[in-house]
Write a protein that binds this ligand. Structure first.
Ligand SMILES: *[C@@H]1O[C@H](CO)[C@@H](O)[C@H](O)[C@H]1NC(C)=O
Ligand SMILES: *[C@@H]1O[C@H](CO)[C@@H](O)[C@H](O)[C@H]1NC(C)=O
Length: 465
């Protein structure tokens, strides 16, 4: 073969390979396009002052083996219009995964222990609290402006039939906690569940509430009432949690992420001893921020709560976001060497419309480190900081940190190492297709070259451009 025909052959092979690669990627992307499913929770009815803390078993959820890309939610009224937080404060919603024994009556889930019944198997996230915070998804007032999309090629794997024990089915439970504050005497006090405003002496398990417990979830359980202005009249209204799930069908090239929820009130202590007792993570979930003296407050007073924890496994941080209540001014997760793993700041509303309510946290900024750029090592001591303004006292505040971590792939040989966003499997496919493609291309090119042997010289560079 002459130089020219070799050159043409090379061009053709390259073009063919590019075409094959592009079409394969497009095919994979199309087959695996993101689907969107929107559902409404069962209806809950509120009137001024009233609290709803509802648990709904077996909610609508996409079927099959899928990777969840995002889970968004908000409160809407009967005509599906968004309801602003100063009318219905969304304290939290959370979604719990479990396996339900087939053919069993759906039993009411009332507390964390409800899942110890034999017909239920709770499927916890990857940690790290012992009892609580086992949900897969969940947010509070910040739900409308918090970006929660799991970037490609990652996803939260659910619905894998191989993981479900025989005789069971995978199900999802929704907990919605909403407080109606139309006509409230003290809106912020109601949303912070201040016990004096609720006139309760017992919690939802009928245990006495100690006088030094000033506010928090024990005082605003289901069907309790927060004090309203005298004579205020407001109609009952039917509400729903509208939730939207984005997902893709499961594919081998999706990289699963683990969900961790860290809590700044975790009383965990590293056990230095022989490890006969496993380390315990007692997460209190809520805490209190005392107001600082006026003199200090003038200089801007910040309450910082801080803990150290370790994750059971390391990996690449794919996503991070904090959860704080009104008064929060930001939260940071630091590595053992002091590097910032993720810093998440509240977005306060400035207007009246739903999603921008003045004085409320309507969003939290989230972290999307370039995959591979922020790693947590196994056993690394992390520090979680949660900052609140203490210009005034706050009760029932929270400092959670939600993390998505991709464990380092075990098959990370250099051949399979991929820099594009599709992942290892495509590289593997491409290698196979490239070999096949090379054969075809060589044949085609040889034919073409033979047919045009008499053609004049052309430069390679101009074609390859
Ligand atoms: C507070 O609760 C007590 C007993 O539960 C009741 O007698 C009283 O009327 C309530 N006060 C208000 C203001 O609702
Ligand atoms: C929280 O406060 C500490 C000081 O106590 C400060 O170093 C840190 O940067 C603050 N972080 C955020 C996110 O506000």
């Amino acid at each position: 073969m002459t130089f020219v025909s070799k050159c043409k052959l090379l061009v053709l092979v390259v073009l063919l390979l590019i075409t094959i690669r592009l079409s394969l990627q497009t095919r994979l992307r199309n087959e695996n396009k993101v689907r969107t499913a929107t559902f409404l929770s069962p209806k809950f009815v509120l009137e001024p002052g009233l609290v709803a803390n509802k648990f709904y078993n077996n909610i609508d959820f996409p079927n099959g083996h899928i990777a969840i890309k995002s889970f968004d939610a908000e409160v809407v009224d009967e005509s599906r219009n968004p309801v602003p937080l100063y009318e219905t404060y969304l304290h939290h919603w959370l979604v719990v995964r479990y396996y339900q024994q087939k053919g069993m009556e759906v039993s009411k889930y009332h507390d964390n222990l409800g899942f110890e019944q034999s017909d239920y198997i709770l499927v916890r996230n990857s940690g790290i609290c012992d009892r609580d915070l086992f949900q897969y998804f969940g947010l509070g007032s910040e739900t409308r402006k918090t970006v929660q999309y799991v970037p490609d090629p990652y996803g939260i794997e659910v619905g894998n039939p191989l993981e479900v024990p025989p005789g069971y089915e995978e199900r999802w439970l929704l907990n919605v906690h909403a407080i109606e504050t139309r006509g409230s005497e003290d809106r912020m006090g109601c949303t912070e569940c201040r016990c004096d405003l609720y006139n309760v002496t017992k919690d939802e398990y009928d245990r006495d509430i100690e006088p030094n417990y000033i506010g928090g979830l024990r005082c605003c359980h289901d069907e309790t009432r927060c004090r309203t202005r005298e004579g205020f009249q407001g109609a009952k209204r039917s509400l729903y949690l509208k939730y939207t799930i984005k997902y893709v069908d499961w594919h081998a090239f999706i990289k699963p992420v683990k969900i961790y929820i860290l809590d700044v009130t975790d009383t965990w202590k590293r056990r230095k001893s022989t490890g006969l007792m496993p380390s315990r993570h007692h997460c209190q979930i809520e805490y209190e921020v005392e107001s600082c003296s006026a003199a200090v407050a003038n200089n801007g007073c910040i309450h910082t709560k801080k803990i150290s924890v370790t994750l059971p496994n390391g990996g690449n941080v794919i996503y991070g976001v904090a959860h704080q209540h009104a008064g929060g001014v930001g939260s940071t997760l630091l590595g053992e060497d002091g590097r910032v793993i993720c810093s998440s700041l509240p977005i306060y509303g400035e207007g009246k419309e739903a999603g921008n309510e003045a004085g409320y946290i309507v969003g939290m900024s989230s972290c999307y480190p370039r995959p591979g750029s922020v790693k947590i090592s196994k056993g690394e001591t992390l520090t979680l900081l949660s900052n609140y303004s203490c210009d005034q006292r706050h009760t029932g505040v929270m400092g959670l940190f939600y993390l998505l971590v991709a464990e380092m792939s075990r098959q990370s040989s250099s051949i399979l190492h991929s820099k594009d966003n599709i992942g290892d499997i495509v590289i593997l496919h491409n290698a196979v297709w490239a070999l096949a493609g090379f054969g075809i291309a060589a044949l085609v090119a040889a034919t073409v070259t033979y047919q045009h042997q008499s053609e004049r010289e052309e430069g390679c560079e101009s074609i390859l451009m």
